[in-house]
Each structure stands twice: as structure tokens, then as C-alpha cells.
Ligand binder design. Structure first.
Ligand code: FES
Ligand code: FES
Length: 168
């Protein structure tokens, strides 16, 4: 067993973990962060994407011990003060989801994309989200949502999301 410390959505956790435990299982099974879904468990679908020190990462492809000392942002920590994160608002307003299974990962990947490219072209959006699969939408509204989020003033990037205080 290994002792790790992680900061998840602004809250510090100390956990004893097996070296083989995946980060997604730490988040879901130990910390109750079930808003981060598992779609494939083989690092193909992107449903489990979170921000690891501000950068998007598939949490089924990271060992919990590798996240020791890291700041982790999940979709559950995005809304603050009863207000959705701008990327969540853009997904809502552009109807960028149907079943919603891919949506948490899609939103986290979009936040990272906008951090590195605040005004992406449609092509750059499609390229930036190519690791995130959606079986429902055909992607068009997802691309629209990211474009819309890029036009919203406010904290759209991951560092700000990760740094945001979580209400007690
Ligand atoms: S569950 Fe992690 S990439 Fe599919
Ligand atoms: S909305 Fe169903 S998988 Fe994307």
C-alpha cells in the first residue's frame, strides 16, 4: 500500500492505495466522485477525463499513485456559487448532449483545449477533442458549444476551475 495526498475539486484527501489502483477508481469508489464515468476502462473513450494539474487526462489511464500531490478537477467541482461553469452553460445552450455519458469528459477536455487555444477553429476543436468519443450527437453541437464557450467572458480555463474554492 502507498499513502498519497490529492487535492480533488479543492478538497484535500489522504488515502492509502494499492499501487495498481487506477485514478478513476480512486475518484469514483473511494472519494464518491461518480460524476466522472467509466466508458471503456481501456483509455479509448475519454469519458473519464479530468484535469490533472490543469491538463486533461484520462483517469483510467493514470494510477492513483501517479496523482500523488496533484490538483485534480472533476466535472463535479466546476459549478460554483450555484452557477454553472461557462463551458457547462455552453453545452446546455447548444444542446451538446443526448445521453450525457460522454459529457463530463467532453467538458473537461474542452476546458483544457480552451486553456491552450482560447479561440479555436472548428478544425482545432475537432482535433482537440478527438480522444473523446460520443455515440449520440454526431459532434456538431459539441463543436458549436466549445466555440460558444470561447466567446463567453469569464473563467473558462482549467487552472481557474481547479483553483476555484468549493463551498463547504
Ligand atoms: S473510461 Fe477512460 S478512456 Fe474510456
Ligand atoms: S451524448 Fe451520448 S455518448 Fe455523447
Amino acid at each position: 500500500m502507498a499513502r498519497i495526498t490529492v487535492n480533488v475539486d479543492g478538497i484535500r484527501f489522504e488515502e492509502e492505495v494499492e499501487p495498481r489502483l487506477l485514478l478513476v477508481h480512486l475518484l469514483r469508489d473511494r472519494l464518491g466522485k461518480t460524476g466522472t464515468p467509466i466508458g471503456c476502462d481501456t483509455s479509448n473513450c475519454g469519458a473519464c477525463t479530468v484535469l490533472l494539474d490543469g491538463k486533461s487526462a484520462k483517469s483510467c489511464a493514470v494510477l492513483a499513485v501517479q496523482a500523488d500531490g496533484c490538483d485534480i478537477a472533476t466535472v463535479e467541482g466546476l459549478a460554483a456559487g450555484g452557477r454553472r461553469h461557462p463551458v457547462q452553460t455552453a453545452f446546455h445552450e447548444e444542446h451538446a448532449l443526448q445521453c450525457g455519458y460522454c459529457t463530463p469528459g467532453m467538458i473537461m477536455a474542452a476546458i483544457d483545449l480552451l486553456r491552450t487555444d482560447p479561440d479555436p477553429s472548428d478544425e482545432a476543436i475537432r482535433e482537440g477533442l478527438e480522444g473523446n468519443l460520443c455515440r449520440c450527437t454526431g459532434y456538431q453541437n459539441i463543436v458549436r458549444a466549445v466555440r460558444r464557450a470561447a466567446s463567453i467572458d469569464g473563467p473558462v480555463n482549467g487552472e481557474q476551475a481547479a483553483a476555484r474554492e468549493v463551498p463547504a
